[in-house]
Design a protein around this ligand. Structure first.
Ligand SMILES: [Zn+2]
Length: 134
């Protein structure tokens, strides 16, 4: 067994039964890195402290043996980022191009290109037709 094989075996033994890296831990590490960079650029000590807290939390999650809890946290994080947070950034990005509004009947989120004037919109979800300015 070579030196590196021994290291690898020891590492595998150490990580046995632990949660390991998942999306939330990676996001925490990236977030910590970004905060520490901003912290060192702005010399704002609280940011470096906050980035350290994120690192420690990410480490704690990776080395945790409580799979169920860590898995649930990660699922929550994925639902949040792939759902509302993602939608929010998409809307923010397209804010100049589209007017966003909700269907008065079923509250489905709809959009119209800006400056089309008043048009009759038919909701794609419930087929309710209504006038909307954009
Ligand atoms: Zn509708």
């Amino acid at each position: 067994m070579s030196f590196w094989d021994k290291i690898r075996a020891a590492l595998n033994g150490f990580m046995q039964g632990r949660h390991g890296a998942d999306e939330l831990s990676m996001a925490l590490l990236i977030g910590g890195l970004v905060l520490s960079i901003i912290g060192s650029l702005t010399r704002f000590p609280l940011l470096s402290l906050l980035s350290l807290a994120l690192y420690i939390y990410a480490m704690f999650r990776m080395f945790s043996r409580n799979h169920e809890k860590r898995y649930a946290e990660n699922q929550k994080y994925i639902a949040l980022t792939h759902g509302s947070l993602r939608q929010f950034f998409v809307r923010l990005k397209n804010f100049r191009k589209y007017k966003y509004f909700k269907c008065p009947e079923c509250h489905a989120r709809l959009r119209l290109p800006r400056k089309v004037g008043e048009v009759t919109v038919t909701c794609g979800k419930c087929h309710h037709a209504f006038k909307q300015k954009a």
